[in-house]
Design a protein around this ligand. Structure first.
Ligand code: ADP
Ligand code: MG
Ligand code: MG
Length: 256
């Protein structure tokens, strides 16, 4: 089983503690959402899971299956099946979407078998064609240069296609501050829903409830002041949308 288990995680940026003893388990096959007010540390958590060097883990552990990932580079995390949607936000001149995906698939194969010679090109083309058809994407998209002149929606399309090709065990999507337009929101939601299944865990991090109308989470968590302070089902997200976060804060302050 490749559950993601976060235990007593503490993270500091520039000497200031932002994540303060966070506990969270995402069983393989489940879709979880983290919601929370701005500045509460949601993106810090996402960057920490990705292995960003500015985020210092001072305590706790993050297990993917039985592997403690905190000592692994971002690349190594990706190779063992942790997918972070914003891992390659840069444009790479001269590298097409297809070429980029082939390198990513090959890196993943070599993590499983160091002797692997890489996916044969006809097999790769067939796989890419299948996934693009499944996600209802125009085949011409694979020939575009990665992120060069991409709209917000096209960047999301490239990410979702990457996710489909890599078949990660867990996908972490931090959609909070990017202000996804309706087109991008639809692409992400439809993609995640199409790829949902018993082998894929998903963590959707968001400030707004809107995306959760499209991606129905199994569990919703509220993050406040660097911790998970409340968990519930999809109804919790609707409740937060209507009533805001104040009631959660009051409950915390009253020591509930
Ligand atoms: P959220 O995603 O929940 O809005 P963030 O994780 O972006 O919250 O930010 C949490 C806190 O950490 C904020 O107080 C923010 O100002 C601070 N912070 C985030 N990134 C940095 C950084 N690179 N350097 C210093 N402080 C940061
Ligand atoms: Mg923010
Ligand atoms: Mg954020």
């Amino acid at each position: 089983m490749s559950d993601l288990t976060i235990r007593n995680l503490h993270v500091s940026i520039a000497g200031k503690e932002i994540v303060k003893g966070l506990n969270l388990t995402i069983p393989q096959g489940e879709v979880h959402a983290i919601m929370g007010p701005n500045g509460t540390g949601k993106s810090t958590l996402a960057y920490t899971l990705m292995g960003h060097p500015s985020y210092e883990v001072t305590e706790g552990e993050v297990l993917f299956g039985d592997t403690n990932i905190l000592g692994l580079s971002p690349d190594a995390r990706s190779r063992i099946g942790i997918f972070l949607a914003f891992q390659y936000p840069v444009s790479i001149p001269g590298v097409t979407v297809a070429n980029f995906l082939r390198s990513a698939v090959n890196a993943r194969r070599r993590a499983e078998n160091p002797e692997d010679k890489g996916i044969p090109i006809p097999e790769f083309r067939k796989l890419l064609k299948e996934k693009m058809a499944y996600l209802k994407m125009d085949p011409a998209f694979a020939g575009r240069y990665l992120n060069e002149g991409f709209s917000g929606g096209e960047k999301k399309r490239a990410e979702i296609l990457q996710m489909a090709m890599l078949k990660p065990g867990i996908a972490i999507l931090d959609e909070t501050d990017s202000g996804l337009d309706i087109d991008a929101l639809r692409i992400v939601s439809e993609g995640v829903n199409a790829l949902r299944g018993p082998d894929l865990g998903v963590l959707v991090i968001t400030h707004y409830q809107r995306i959760l109308n499209y991606i129905k989470p199994d569990v919703v968590h509220v993050m406040m002041d660097g911790r998970i302070v409340e968990s519930g089902d999809a109804e919790l997200a609707l409740h937060l949308e209507e009533h805001g976060y104040e009631w959660v804060r009051e409950r915390l302050e009253n020591g509930a």
